[in-house]
Design a protein around this ligand. Structure first.
Ligand code: ANZ
Ligand code: ZN
Length: 821
């Protein structure tokens, strides 16, 4: 009966089931089904070319979860769409003299076809594209709602400017001083731009990280915490000679006030220009020009030689009464804290270097440990040199001294405890074409006027090719017919805002839109959103740890405050996949080590590629494709499929009287698979299925034989478990077993608890003939496994204690005899 060499035609099988599945609507989410709901979300792609190995990996992993939930009887929302605004399309349009939509929608169709071929369980009835007017109409509406709440505003400030892409960038989009997109060195420009007031939610955004910590990857939590950068300290006022206004600094170490021997102002802060004396102005102006060329990253790096200029004025240290000089130096940033610091060279490394370079005094205020040989010391220790007529901190520990000095400052009206955040408001306007137009009209009489809701969407004018060339202002500004409009308020001549939104705005709310993707009357249906969300799982790349995830959290909180959501965090749980590399390196054109997904699929078929990616290791780990064996996956899948041809019992046969040994393996495997999938250990789950396939093969060939009902039960279980990873093979097996499609909705095998009870036997382990350990092992344990278990036992390790093992005699499952010496 066994057909050892039989195999199925991969290509034909894929074509066959693609057609059948199209007619089945297997994965269309139905909110009225009454079943418990699950929302499985994976980050939607940007449509640049066809899908690549990275997409293949993340969607294969994600699909395991979604398909598992369907099998477990949940109603699953598993939507997919495209994040389809953005620069690559615009740059392609300039190059090819076409419209960005051409590139965008052609790529979307390509990727859509590839996703379908890849056999994913997406609900395609919910497909959306953020560049469709039906979608961005609501992005504009949300912008106006944020503006109504004072959360979207315009201000003039120095911003990051990419000279290559000719557009501003959010702080988050500047990586190591370079444009995240194109790698060009980022410079600063003074510009009026739109911002979202994300800082208003800074405290809640950190607080809720504690809620997410158990179910989010640790590195994402840490990255967000660092990005928000909450610190506690004080604002302290310093009187400045010859000036009525004091200068205020933010410090996390008010306890070091007595050691403040000079002040430093950011050269590019307004305060520096105000303070500088006429005499020092030329030196200051020269320095400022130099500093303007530096990136924020350069300025923050601690190991650069210190530079600065004396501003010619002195401040008074409120604790000591000493006259201390005020300097401008680039290591102080204009936009952090108050843009000015109290410098404590004994406690802060950068202040120390600055003091050494410019010969400024250093006064320690914390007793350093005896063995301390460093320079600035910022550790624990009793306060010293910190007393005046009114207060003494001497002897106090850092925390206590902080409290005491803050109380004293507050009492004297010279300061106040303060919390500070590194997080800045989100700069959202871009001077590029292919994005959501900002729905505001500028009128000389009325100022900034909202586009009335019934005039949304403000659609993009038709520009193409050379019209889109970056010119420093948005290409939209030059589209006269589009830009010049009547003011909605006074009817006078006015101009549309010509900036477009950062594409991260589009992706901050798409998870809501999926719940009612075609609703033409509202951004989303709150009732449906509240019934599906928060998302039960969000699968995606760790590169979005701060940007996208922080923005989406912010939007959720604002929408909750608007009364539209009854939850305040969008993603209950999160899984980050690793990346697919080749020969130890990131795939890249220049290295020529790219692996084409299309080629892999053509060579090995969809299921083998998916299985290889899932089986490669824990989802978080990187996968080196050079070490993978998709050919091995093909062989395994054929082996599994062959089982389905061997089963001779009829569909519906009860397994109750079947072979108990095989039934135990089946039921144990199913139970373990539940735990493994829920713990995101998909690779181990696959390994367990492989074991079940082996056990079943053995039962057919040399055990209970193909007619035993336990064999049908086992092969059906294999088919259902495999449906999470290798849907085509699973479907083919299911059909051969005489069942109706689709196996994807067959339902999870029911586990018989009685079959999970493991009998065990005691194996005795002897060293030099003496019993040293007893192990509980399965009666079916192999000689190899028993030997390994014995050698790993702590008592045996101790008994052998470095002795040379000469001989090991194994009589599974009862005895292991070790001869050593
Ligand atoms: C005195 C002091 C003494 C400080 C000491 C540190 C150690 P975080 O924790 O990141 O909030 N600082 C404040 N504003 C700054 C700015 N605009 N540019 C550069 N540095 C600035 O850091 C707060 C500390 O960073 C503040 O505490 C201040 O230096 C500095 F032994 O004040 B500290
Ligand atoms: Zn007007």
């Amino acid at each position: 009966m066994t057909q050892e060499d039989a195999s199925y035609d991969i290509e034909a099988t894929q074509q066959k089931w693609r057609k059948v599945w199209d007619g089945l609507d297997t994965f269309v989410a139905d909110e009225s089904s009454g079943r418990e709901k699950r929302y499985a979300l994976t980050m939607f792609p940007y449509p640049s070319g066809d899908l690549h190995m990275g997409h293949a990996e993340v969607t294969a992993l994600h699909d395991v979860i979604a398909r598992y939930w369907w099998q477990r009887g949940y109603e699953v929302l598993n939507p997919m769409g495209w994040d389809s605004f953005g620069l690559p399309a615009e740059n392609a349009a300039i190059k090819n003299d076409e419209h960005p939509a051409t590139y965008t929608y052609a790529n979307i169709e390509t990727q859509f076809a590839s996703f379908k071929n890849y056999g994913l369980s997406f609900d395609w009835t919910r497909r959306l594209h953020t560049s469709d007017p039906e979608y961005y109409r609501w992005t504009q509406w949300l912008f106006l709602k944020f503006r109504e709440r004072g959360l979207a505003y315009r201000k003039n400030s120095p911003v990051n400017w990419c000279p290559n892409d000719q557009t501003v960038l959010a702080n988050e989009q500047v990586v190591d001083g370079k444009c995240e997109r194109c790698g060009a060195e980022v410079t600063k420009r003074e510009l009026t731009q739109w911002y979202f007031k994300i800082t208003e939610y800074a405290q809640e955004l950190v607080d809720d990280l504690d809620v997410l910590a158990p179910t989010w990857p640790e590195r994402v939590i840490t990255a967000q915490r660092n990005w928000i950068g909450r610190s506690e300290g004080a604002h302290v006022d310093f009187a400045v000679e010859g000036r009525d206004q004091p200068m205020t600094v933010y410090t996390t170490r008010p306890d070091t006030l007595f050691g403040t021997t000079f002040m430093v102002v950011a050269p590019d802060a307004a305060l520096a220009a105000e303070l500088v004396t006429d005499e020092q102005r030329p030196a200051y102006d020269t320095y400022l020009q130099q500093v303007r060329k530096e990136s924020e990253i350069e300025r923050m790096s601690t190991d650069r030689p210190k530079t600065g200029v004396f501003l010619g004025v002195h401040a008074i240290n409120p604790a000591t009464g000493a006259r201390i000089p005020v300097w401008a130096a680039d290591y102080v940033l204009a936009e952090y804290g108050t843009g000015a610091i109290m410098a404590v060279p004994s406690g802060d490394h950068r202040d120390w270097e600055f003091a050494k370079k410019f010969d400024l005094p250093i006064v320690p205020t914390v007793q350093v440990p005896d063995d301390w040989e460093g320079e600035a010391y910022n550790g624990e220790g009793p306060a010293i040199n910190s007393a005046n007529d009114e207060i003494s901190l001497n002897g106090m520990a850092v925390a206590e001294a902080k409290r005491a000095i803050t109380a004293w400052l507050e009492e004297k009206g010279l300061g106040k405890g303060a919390v500070n955040f590194r997080l800045r408001d989100w700069l959202l306007s871009r001077q590029r074409y292919w994005g959501v137009p900002i729905p505001v009209i500028h009128c000389e009489k009325c100022g900034e006027v909202d586009v009335p809701e019934d005039q949304l969407p403000v659609e993009l004018p038709e520009l193409r090719g050379a019209d889109l060339k970056p010119k420093g202002v948005s290409p939209l500004a030059a589209a006269e017919e589009w830009v010049n409009v009547d003011c909605p308020q006074c009817g006078g001549p006015a101009k549309r805002d010509s900036d477009t939104m950062d594409t991260f705005v589009d992706s901050s709310w798409y998870m809501f839109r999926y719940c009612s993707p075609t609703d033409a009357t509202q951004a989303f249906d709150p009732v449906l959103v509240n019934s599906w969300m928060p998302c039960d799982i969000y699968v995606g790349g760790v590169e979005h740890a701060v940007l996208h995830l922080l923005y989406a959290r912010f939007f959720t909180k604002v929408l909750a405050d608007m009364g539209m959501l009854d939850f305040r965090e969008p993603f209950a749980s999160q899984l980050n996949q690793g990346i697919v590399i080749n020969q130890g390196k990131k795939m890249s054109k220049s290295l020529g080590n790219g692996v084409s997904l299309g080629d892999q699929l053509a060579d090995f078929g969809v299921d083998a590629v998916r299985l290889t990616l899932v089986f490669a290791g824990p989802p978080e780990d990187d996968i080196d494709w050079a070490d993978m064996s998709p050919g091995g996956s093909v062989r395994f899948l054929q082996r599994a499929w062959r089982l389905s041809g061997d089963v001779t019992s009829a569909p519906g046969t009860q397994a109750a009287d079947g072979d108990v040994a095989l039934r135990r393996v089946t039921h144990r495997t199913v139970r373990d698979a539940e735990e493994l999938v829920e713990g995101y250990r998909f690779n181990v789950m696959v390994a367990r299925v492989m074991e079940l396939v082996n056990a079943t093969r053995k039962a057919i060939d040399s055990g209970c034989g193909p007619a035993d009902p336990a064999v049908r039960e086992a092969v059906e279980a294999v088919s259902i478990l495999l449906s999470l990873v290798a849907p085509y093979t699973a479907e083919e097996m299911w059909e051969r077993l005489g069942n109706q499609p689709s196996v994807a909705r067959a339902g999870w095998p029911k586990v018989d608890e009685a079959l999970l009870v493991q009998d065990s036997v005691v194996a005795v382990v002897q060293v030099q003939g003496k019993v040293k350990a007893r192990l509980d092992v399965s009666p079916a344990i192999s000689e190899g496994d028993l030997e390994a278990a014995a050698m790993a036992d702590p008592a045996i390790v101790k008994a052998l204690d470095g002795k040379q093992v000469r001989k090991v005699i194994v009589r599974a499952p009862k005895l292991v005899n070790i001869v050593a010496g």
